[in-house]
Design a protein around this ligand. Sequence first.
Ligand SMILES: Nc1ncnc2c1ncn2[C@@H]1O[C@H](COP(=O)(O)OP(=O)(O)OP(=O)(O)O)[C@@H](O)[C@H]1O
Ligand SMILES: [Mg+2]
Length: 246
Amino acid sequence: MIEFESVSLRYGNGPLILRDASFHIQPGSFHLLTGVSGAGKSSLLKLIYLASFATSGKVKLFGRDVLSLSPDELALLRRRIGVVFQDFQLLDHLSVRDNVSLPLRVTGKYGDKERDNVAELLAWVGLGQYVDHFPSQLSGGQQQRVAIARAVIARPAILLADEPTGNVDDHMGIRLVDLFEELNRIGTTVIVATHSTTLVSEYNFPTLRLSKGEVTAIPPRKGKIGRRGVKVAAKGKADKGKTNEG
Ligand SMILES: Nc1ncnc2c1ncn2[C@@H]1O[C@H](COP(=O)(O)OP(=O)(O)OP(=O)(O)O)[C@@H](O)[C@H]1O
Ligand SMILES: [Mg+2]
């Protein structure tokens, strides 16, 4: 589904951010992407969501060399990829509801049912009371959850989440990763970039580790994939979402 063949990347005349990276991500898998700050995690994700292109080597998505795609094909492919940006990239002039429903509206699929789904998802991430707020009225962690809701609402084929729990507490972090796992169960291929040691220790997923420009694929540890059975006190049911809608 995502194939890198000897991919190198540098910005301008700068150092190599990726050198000869080769790996293959199977459809329906769930990976962590780890590495210290500055290792190149966001840069690698950008190559997958087609915001930048390799300096050399080949990137293939859905079996297609990304350099062989026409602008229309690129646009269509991008719609199948949900991205939680590290800096959220919410649209300030749109309400929370409108930010989250945007991916549905660009595909012309936004009726009553979808509107309900948006409200339900926002309630699930604890933002039921904020649907009519604007991003500037929200905390960093709340904005991050809006970004996550927007990335998952259209059930993308690929979900790329860049440090998606960096601004929320541990409990909410687990709730959000649960949401990604839920999406993964119904078929989405997921990659979560993180330098959170909590995330890495609480979960057992195959991992791509990025260090000094090199990508190493690390298989999951023995045992259950996903959350490692560490009990986190169930803290109510998020908020049930008083959305003031009839
Ligand atoms: N547009 C750009 N132009 C030039 N250099 C860049 C650009 N984007 C990133 N870099 C450089 O590439 C390197 C990797 O950056 P990147 O953002 O991919 O790291 P990261 O692993 O995501 O870090 P963090 O964990 O802090 O988010 C850094 O040295 C950064 O300065
Ligand atoms: Mg980053």
